[in-house]
Design a protein around this ligand. Structure first.
Ligand code: AMP
Length: 210
């Protein structure tokens, strides 16, 4: 969990590689659905472009489908879900059906000024979902994905006006769930400032304990 641009996707991808568990990002799944023009993508598009949360039933179907796949049986890393108190309830139900439980919830923190800077320079690969930053994490060849060679793009919702709205949505709808997970004793707050590898080290150090 954490504000847009705090580094959830980057950290989840690193953790996924380290643990061999799939990285399940609802944002990535939704962007792929929009790009493919599927019925689900057509429904999600306007919400995403304006920085609003897409309806719960749509996200729930996508998450159920993804977590039901064989590669998620031994565990998974969720990124961008749950994002509201209602979705915490949905996830609880999904996990009961799957016979799984959340081990940890990581809250990455940084300043709003830093996230605005990070989002302004963020570039993504529309094909393989790799994430770059023009200054902090540039691709080897400008504008080209290191991993698959596709042309990099800026996310439409990283435009400044949309970012402000996304930060408001985060504060009003997502932040309340932090307390829910804190009460359950599984929340770990991680300082998300600095280099991705330093944040990853803090995350691994914070993963222990009961
Ligand atoms: P993200 O890549 O996580 O920043 O998500 C990008 C956009 O996808 C969000 O601004 C929402 O419009 C939508 N989205 C992603 N995850 C969810 C979710 N769990 N619930 C509702 N909308 C979501």
């Amino acid at each position: 969990m954490g504000m847009p641009g705090v580094g959830k996707g980057t950290q989840a991808a690193m953790l996924s590689e380290a643990l061999g568990a799939p990285h399940v990002s609802t944002g990535d799944i939704l962007r792929q659905a929009v790009a493919s023009g599927s019925p689900c993508g057509r429904r999600a598009r306007s919400y995403m472009e304006s920085g609003e949360l897409v309806p719960d039933d749509l996200v729930e179907d996508l998450v159920v489908e993804r977590l039901g796949r064989p590669d998620a049986r031994a565990g998974f890393i969720l990124d961008g879900f749950p994002r509201s108190l209602e979705q915490v309830g949905l996830l609880d139900q999904i996990l009961v059906r799957l016979g799984q439980a959340l081990d940890r919830v990581f809250l990455l923190t940084t300043s709003p000024t830093e996230v605005v800077r990070r989002l302004g320079g963020r570039r993504i690969c529309p094909r393989c979902d790799s994430v770059y930053h023009v200054d902090n994490q540039p691709p080897r060849s400008p504008g080209v994905c290191d991993r698959c060679g596709s042309a990099l793009a800026q996310r439409a919702d990283d435009a400044e006006a949309v970012v402000r709205g996304r930060l408001e949505v985060y504060a009003s709808q997502t932040l309340p769930i932090v307390e829910r997970y804190r009460e359950r004793g599984i929340l770990r707050e991680i300082d998300g400032t600095g280099e991705p590898r330093d944040v990853a080290a803090r995350l691994r150090a914070g993963a222990g304990g009961g």
